[in-house]
Design a protein. Sequence first.
Length: 87
Amino acid sequence: MTPKRERPTLTAPLSPSEYDAAVAAFIRNRGVTRCPTACLVRTQASVPAADRAALELYEAGREQSRRSHIAATARLLGVLLPASSVR
């Protein structure tokens, strides 16, 4: 059994400038430009009606695309799907 490698932990707190430099280096190295959950879950904030409508339209398009992809894959594999599952 191979021993688990542990990452070194910081022993002293970082100064604000060191912290900012570490965060900037992490973002630069990992390519993180925004919070990864920002686009995955709905916000609890008050959102204008136009934005809500645009989100609903976007979600409907994604769902239709997903269903089309499933149907195309099923046809390629020769699987018969019920009509209700690919509408």
